[in-house]
Design a protein around this ligand. Structure first.
Ligand SMILES: Cc1cc2nc3c(=O)[nH]c(=O)nc-3n(C[C@H](O)[C@H](O)[C@H](O)COP(=O)(O)OP(=O)(O)OC[C@H]3O[C@@H](n4cnc5c(N)ncnc54)[C@H](O)[C@@H]3O)c2cc1C
Length: 412
């Protein structure tokens, strides 16, 4: 197998192409946008499991150099600022040389996508921009991708890394279920300079407000990254846009009225356009992630709620497992089936965990309900900290050099 067509140059696409290149498969990435860094959202956190995958591929240092800063701990507080728990990512238990490299970081999304794309290019992975895939056809010996500009490309395997609303998924399985709405709309941003009390080093503070949920971390440069989640019925992008930025600013400020004052300070300092939210989705139960010579990866296969902080890291894990399977299993459909089989259970568990965290964020304005909520959350976070309850997520590693399955062995 010699040539892979990868649709989507967000996070999973360039990483998958680099992983395939590493195992001797030529891969070309086709991205709809005119360049890297048109991602949704201002920033994201990359967890130790995702960072370890990038390290395997020589992509970690450029990402860390892209102004990434540590976010190893989450401090959970109630609407008055009383601490409900402190949860670490477990990186402080890694051996010294790894605890500095594989600790959760926050990174500007555009800078992350640029760093991944540039590193992939350095590794001789071509990325073609302004190439929107509209469909594909499959024959006995290969697959042909079709693009909006009328062009085509031929390969042995086609991978849809084209995100939540994947076109490849729609062609592969027109009856595939659509993503599930999580009940939460979210906005987020970055205020480059703001005079607020700094959060403890390496710590994101997350506030269970009375009606909504807020997270923020001050940056070493004196700015603030923040996000807000509000319980709401599902809204399309058009419906959200129709309400106008000023109304969204009012809605968001109202949702946090009477909660920790720093929230209002941050929201008031942000550009109103940044308070325009997005509906948040997940998708666990896709019946199949592959058919014939086409497969799906990252959000196209299994979106997780942003509350999990794992979407990017799962896409990176997918990329490594996919490369290992295509390296060791000569028949493409069989390799894709093995890839799906190895990923499905872990992904299902993490999607469920993200959904659980999303539900916890939904507030209640009733004082008694708030007392019970705080009690319940204190207990939950105490158990998570005591029993290292996130290690199954953050401690996961994919060994690219291991055989894809017992007895398959890397091919020469
Ligand atoms: C607000 C928000 C906050 C988040 N926070 C976090 C976080 O803190 N940590 C975390 O790990 N995850 C987070 N996530 C989830 C994370 O962004 C995704 O899981 C991750 O981006 C998935 O990577 P991907 O490569 O599968 O898809 P994407 O990053 O969405 O990339 C898909 C790419 O495909 C391109 N594309 C789409 N259609 C086509 C087409 N037809 N032809 C060619 N190209 C196409 C798109 O332009 C895009 O570049 C968050 C998500 C949101 C919305």
């Amino acid at each position: 197998m010699t040539r892979a067509l990868i649709i989507g140059g967000g996070i999973g696409g360039p990483v998958a192409a680099a992983a395939l290149r590493r195992v001797g498969v030529d891969a070309v990435v086709y991205e709809a946008h005119p360049g890297p860094g048109d991602g949704l959202g201002a920033f994201l956190s990359l967890a130790p499991n995702g960072l370890a995958g990038l390290d395997t591929l020589g992509m970690l240092d450029p990402v860390l150099a892209a102004s990434a800063f540590p976010s190893t701990h989450i401090e959970l507080v109630n609407h008055r600022g009383r601490r409900l728990g402190l949860v670490g990512d477990g990186s402080d238990r890694l051996p010294g040389h790894l605890s500095d490299r594989l600790r959760t970081v926050t990174v500007n999304r555009d800078a992350l996508q640029r760093a991944l794309a540039e590193t992939a290019l350095d590794q001789r992975v071509p990325i073609e921009y302004s190439r929107r895939c509209t469909g594909y056809t499959e024959g006995p010996d290969g697959v042909v991708a079709e693009f909006a500009d009328g062009s085509t490309a031929e390969g042995d395997v086609l991978i849809g890394a084209d995100g939540l609303h994947s076109r490849v998924r729609g062609v592969m399985d027109p009856d595939a279920p659509r993503p599930d709405y999580t009940g939460v709309i979210g906005s987020g941003g970055h205020v480059p300079a703001l005079d607020v009390e700094p959060t403890p080093p390496g710590t994101v503070r997350m506030v269970f407000g009375r009606r909504a949920f807020f997270g923020y971390q001050t940056t070493p440069q004196g700015g603030v990254f923040w996000f807000a989640n509000l319980g709401h019925s599902e809204l399309t992008r058009e419906e959200i846009a129709a309400r106008g930025d000023d109304e969204w600013k009012r809605t968001t400020l109202d949702a946090f009225a009477g909660d920790l004052p720093v929230i209002t300070t941050i929201l008031e300092a942000e550009a109103p356009a940044r308070l325009r939210p997005l509906s948040s989705y997940d998708m666990a139960a896709l019946p199949r992630w592959h058919r014939g010579r086409a497969g799906l990866l990252g959000d196209a296969a299994h979106a997780v709620s942003s509350s999990s902080g794992q979407g990017a890291s799962l896409a990176i894990e997918d990329a490594l497992v996919l490369a290992r399977c295509l390296r060791d299993i000569p028949a493409v459909p069989e390799a894709l089936a093995e890839y799906e089989a190895q990923r499905r259970d872990r992904v299902r568990r993490i999607v469920a965990e993200g959904r659980r965290r999303s539900n916890q964020k939904l507030g209640s304005d009733h004082p008694v309900a708030l007392v019970f909520r705080d009690l319940m959350l204190r207990t939950v976070f105490a158990v998570i900290s005591r029993f290292d309850g996130t290690s199954w997520i953050h401690g996961h590693r994919v060994d690219l050099d291991a055989p894809a399955r017992a007895g398959s062995g890397p091919r020469a």
